[in-house]
Write a protein of this length. Structure first.
Length: 243
């Protein structure tokens, strides 16, 4: 029933339906459906549907249903990025950073990733943040920290871990701020992220600002171990052997 409604809308020229139908077909292991999926995706791409262009880029890169071509994959992704898709802008940035379809260009990669980051793409925020925080200019360092914090607040645990490490040790020329590191780690730790739990335990164990949190070290360490963190398991094992 759902396919029929998509098909009616696709035949009526609605790009969103052409994309939905095309994606549904190309994901199936059926050569006939793959060809039909490509037909609908190209129809949507002709109407400048960014999602269809992203899928065509992936198919071209994989050589699925069409000749494998990094250059064509780049062209499709660039069209989608030009249409303002933050996902495409980030993916284009990664292609530029890795030299896929075009010569490697980290400057252009940062420009496109920033466009995506400013639209809220958390992976782009992570990438831009890490690039800027390592620069020599203090203003860019601060901007990098701000992008990383946005990603962390949006639930990107790797951004929280990275930035917490920066502030807990005062890295990259930024002032040491253990309280800020705690603020970054605590939400993800409370939601069950084992790596953030382990880092929070270490912060409470060794942090100058957390003499009053020492009694919480084992709580977070044990939760981290239960969540599968191997370092936490090893610390607990060594502590038990030392008794």
């Amino acid at each position: 029933m759902e396919n029929e409604s998509y098909l009616r809308a696709a035949r009526g020229g609605q790009a969103w339906a052409q994309t939905k139908l095309g994606m549904k077909y190309v994901m199936q292991d059926n050569i006939a459906l793959l060809g039909e999926g490509l037909f609908w995706l190209n129809a949507a791409a002709d109407q400048n549907d960014a999602e269809a262009l992203r899928v065509l880029s992936a198919l071209s890169y994989q050589g699925r249903g069409m000749d494998q071509s990094d250059k064509e994959a780049f062209v499709y992704m660039r069209r989608a990025a030009d249409l303002g898709s933050p996902e495409a802008q980030y993916e284009l940035a990664m292609m530029l950073a890795k030299g896929i379809g075009m010569p490697r260009d980290t400057g252009a990669a940062l420009i496109w990733a920033r466009k995506a980051a400013e639209q809220g793409n958390i992976n782009a925020q992570m990438y831009v943040g890490r690039e800027l925080i390592a620069s020599v200019e203090q203003e860019r360092k601060n901007e990098g920290a701000a992008f990383l914090q946005k990603a962390a607040l949006a639930g990107q645990a790797q951004a929280a871990l990275f930035l917490a490490g920066v502030f807990s040790a005062g890295q990259f020329g930024l002032a040491k701020d253990e309280k800020r590191a705690e603020q970054l780690l605590l939400p993800a730790a409370e939601q069950g992220n084992a790596d953030c739990q382990f880092m929070l335990a270490a912060l409470y164990q060794n942090g100058e600002a957390f003499a009053d949190r020492r009694d919480q070290v084992y709580k977070w360490l044990s939760q981290s171990a239960e969540g599968g963190n191997e370092k936490a398991k090893e610390v607990i094992r060594q502590a038990m052997e030392a008794r």
